[in-house]
Design a binder for this molecule. Structure first.
Ligand code: C6P
Length: 392
């Protein structure tokens, strides 16, 4: 996306909020709406059959991308938020009772806190929170301690959006499974950066958003093990999720359709399929190595600027640099950087408990993607030096 913002070349470092879209995704959306627009799973006419085929092909692309065993384990939803709400509403309401416990961590995004809080309030259950250390790393021994016969579910971020910490999710799943506790992984910030293999992780649920993996907004994925999804009640009622309806009784469709009520985001699904084609064609592991190198470069350069304190210094980190500057509000820093054409996110990043943990109201967050360069980081660093000049 080459363009000028306020007369300066755009430096886009807000990829954790949403990533830019490659041409192949834009072309797919235009092609779908201009030549193929039609509803899925309904018509016998040509366009509907073609749209249905592309929609289901995209499901298979997602399956391969995260190495799920079967296509029916891939449920299309609006995004990570809806995926988590689906599990809380369906699995949670079916399985969580008064006095039971749900375990999350202190580094969760609000999307992986509030649905569980709502569930616990409704059921009289208890939300348990695994603490993190000053580097922003999960305390695994504390996690183990919190797993008890009362635990009904663990819901944990793969990568923290506010800190960049990468959690040892394989180990998290293994420890929970020893006690037959299912695990949901919030993969919103992991899938854009590294190969995710849900069978290797052995998680029960995995959620991510299309718009963070170079796909369109309004589309996301809930992976669920088939046995789990089959045992769960529907999340919403409506068209497509039924196999028959009378006024007396409705029987539900098989998975994944049981969870896809109403006309889905067809263009979004097909666009997400193209984003996965893109990621497959460029090789995600090479992109990941490039991002790690940039992260190191950015961390070194930013931490050398006087008055800056990094928030989140985990040993295992993804492409996020969060920081505060002595005596300055992050919003003021963001505004000055914006004058330089540099897009970063400032605020609590929908992770207020993380801000509380580190005793700050907000941070400045630069988040990288595979298309960022050293020049982008250099521009950020010189923008930050300007900030120091302005505020003396
Ligand atoms: N984080 C950020 O700037 P949705 O909005 O449903 O696509 O994703 C929600 C979500 C869930 N979990 C994590 C770890 C996330 O980072 C996000 C989205 C964005 O950090 C927007 S708040």
């Amino acid at each position: 996306m080459k363009q000028k913002i306020r007369g300066k070349p755009l430096v886009y470092l807000d990829n954790a909020a949403t990533s830019q879209k490659p041409q192949i995704v834009l072309d797919t959306l235009l092609r779908y709406y201009t030549a193929q627009n039609s509803n899925v799973h309904r018509g016998v006419h040509f366009l509907s059959e073609q749209a249905t085929k592309e929609y289901e092909d995209a499901r298979n692309k997602v399956r391969r991308f995260i190495n799920a065993a079967e296509e029916r384990e891939i449920v299309f939803v609006r995004g990570t938020t809806e995926a988590i709400n689906l599990v809380a509403d369906s699995y949670g309401r079916q399985n969580v009772r008064a006095g039971d416990e749900v375990v999350i961590s202190a580094m969760e995004h609000h999307s992986n806190i509030v649905p569980w809080q709502m569930l616990c309030q409704e059921k009289g259950a208890v939300l348990r929170v695994v603490p993190i250390n000053d580097a922003g790393e999960l305390l695994l021994e504390e996690y183990e301690r919190l797993l008890t016969p009362k635990t009904r579910l663990v819901a944990m971020a793969h990568v923290s959006n506010a800190l960049g910490s990468i959690n040892p999710v394989r180990r998290i799943v293994e420890l929970a499974h020893r006690q037959n506790i299912p695990v949901l992984i919030d993969g919103a910030q992991a899938v854009p950066h590294a190969r995710v293999d849900v069978r290797d992780l052995n998680c029960d649920f995995y959620a991510f958003s299309g718009h963070k993996v170079f796909g369109p907004t309004g589309i996301g994925v809930l992976y669920g093990k088939a046995t789990r999804l089959e045992a769960m009640p529907p999340y919403q009622g409506g068209g497509d999720m039924i196999s028959s309806v009378t006024f007396e009784k409705t029987t539900y469709n098989k998975i994944p359709y049981k969870f896809e009520a109403g006309t889905p985001n067809i263009a979004g699904v097909i666009g997400l399929g193209s984003a996965i084609d893109y990621l497959t064609s460029i090789r995600l592991d090479a992109a990941s190595a490039h991002e790690n190198e940039l992260l190191e470069y950015a961390t070194n350069a930013i931490s050398q600027i006087s008055g800056i304190r990094l928030v989140g210094t985990a040993r295992e980190k993804s492409a996020i640099v969060s920081f505060v500057v002595d005596g300055l509000h992050p919003h003021d820093i963001g505004t000055i950087l914006d004058q330089e054409g540099i897009a970063v996110r400032t605020g609590h990043h929908c992770a207020q408990p993380v801000m509380d943990r580190f005793g700050v109201p907000a941070t400045v967050r630069a988040s990288l993607a595979l298309y960022n360069t050293r020049e982008d980081i250099d521009a950020l660093v010189s923008g930050l030096r300007k900030v120091s000049e302005v505020f003396g």
